[in-house]
Design a protein around this ligand. Structure first.
Ligand code: ZN
Length: 139
């Protein structure tokens, strides 16, 4: 288990083009698997994380300190928006336990409309604010 500081350092070293190996290629159009020998565990040997001794990628580019600080601010703001909605999500889970429901309410983060869905079968909540970049998640 990595510490918070280790996860943060890894995010700082991760290439700006990396967008997860669920995609075949990164944002720079490099096919991930082509960077390694493709043997089992190849994803851990990708050069996308700035590790010494890993494979090499000509497109590797870590975020600058300023870009990383900006991304950090964005992540913190997103967390604050979710924290504003959390009490309402807890209420919905309680109020609609075992039932499916779709609601449209006022977003606690921006004041516009937010769509909320509760799935009775698993208690999961789905939320999507109409403001681009505000709250949007699926459990
Ligand atoms: Zn909103």
């Amino acid at each position: 288990m990595k510490t918070r500081a280790e996860r943060r350092a890894l995010r700082k070293r991760t290439c700006r083009h990396f967008r997860g190996t669920v995609n075949a290629e990164c944002a720079a159009g490099i096919v991930y698997e082509s960077l390694t020998d493709g043997a089992p565990g190849w994803a851990r040997r990708l050069p996308c994380f700035g590790d010494a001794g890993a494979a090499v990628c000509a497109q590797y580019s870590a975020l600058t300190d300023a870009e990383f600080a900006e991304a950090d601010r964005g992540a913190r703001a997103a967390m604050e928006r979710l924290e504003k909605l959390a009490p309402r999500v807890a209420e919905i889970r309680k109020e609609y336990a075992g039932r499916d429901v779709r609601l449209v309410e006022t977003c606690p983060a921006c004041g516009k409309r937010i769509a909320l869905e509760h799935h009775g079968a698993n208690g999961h909540v789905w939320a999507a604010c109409e403001t681009p970049g505000c709250i949007g998640f699926m459990e």
